[in-house]
Design a protein around this ligand. Structure first.
Ligand SMILES: C[S@@+](CC[C@H](N)C(=O)[O-])C[C@H]1O[C@@H](n2cnc3c(N)ncnc32)[C@H](O)[C@@H]1O
Length: 241
């Protein structure tokens, strides 16, 4: 629904689809997995970063007209130039500059000059998808607070190597504890990382150009997938020995 640093927007389709009627996204961010499978009857998102949760709650309450009525920024303007609520500012802050960890106040020169319709396009797109998220539950907290239940667990924490720039970053994550937590979830467990991580036995999925560098997306899951039988060629391409 909105742009976010480290979102799975470009690769979500490579992860297995849910095998249960419940999705639990413990490190939600912009929750691309739940957006893709939005009509799953029971969806729960959790994020430790309060702003993310506030933006999701705003979107759940917002009408199509609320979103379409938001301002489009011109060159030199900032969100402070408009009479906006805190939630509107946080939401627009993620929309006006793509791939940010925190909301921005200004849009980019590229958005204003090269792609003048981009803000309009994004808001129209989001407004036409609002109905998808009305039934979701979205809460602020740390992943350990979630109760264990038979569900599809989509677990996408900040990368062990590279996830330092989030407001709630990898610095406060004990990856040994997280590994144990992932292994003990009931149901279908899908864990995302890159191939540099060593806290679970991750298998390469696909190479991705991030906003800073190229990484190879990886998966650990408790269900068989096509990624289990890693071809030698793919493994060495992903940096394996
Ligand atoms: C890699 S991003 C998730 C991206 C998401 N899959 C998407 O498609 O946008 C990781 C998220 O985990 C959150 N986070 C960090 N530590 C957390 C914790 N202990 N519990 C829950 N969320 C946490 C961060 O605030 C960040 O939003």
């Amino acid at each position: 629904m909105f742009s976010y640093y480290g979102s799975k927007a470009k690769v979500v389709q490579y992860y297995p689809s849910p095998t249960t009627l419940k999705i639990r996204e413990a490190f939600a961010g912009s929750a691309r997995y739940s957006v893709m499978y939005w009509d799953t009857p029971d969806i729960l998102l959790m994020d430790k970063y309060q702003v993310i949760v506030d933006v999701w709650h705003y979107l759940q309450r917002a009408s199509v007209n609320d979103i379409l009525g938001l301002p489009r920024l011109k060159e030199g303007e900032t969100l402070d130039d408009f009479n906006l609520s805190y939630e509107e500012k946080m939401f627009l802050g993620f929309c006006i500059k793509g791939g940010n960890q925190i909301p921005s106040k200004k849009t980019t020169w590229r958005n204003v000059v090269h792609r003048p319709n981009s803000q309009n396009y994004r808001l129209q797109n989001i407004s036409s998808n609002l109905y998808k998220i009305k039934h979701w539950k979205i809460i602020q907290g740390s992943y350990e607070d979630l109760q264990n239940e038979d569900a599809t667990w989509f677990i996408d924490p900040p990368y062990q190597f590279g996830g330092h720039s989030y407001k709630e970053s990898n610095k406060n994550i004990d990856f040994a504890l997280l590994a144990n937590w992932c292994r003990t979830r009931q149901g279908q467990v899908i864990v995302c990382e890159n191939t540099k991580a060593d806290w679970l036995d991750f298998k390469p999925v696909i190479q991705m150009q991030g906003s800073v560098c190229k990484t190879t997306e990886a998966i650990w899951t408790n269900f068989p997938t096509q990624y289990d039988s890693v071809q030698q060629e793919l493994f060495s391409w992903a940096g394996g020995k």
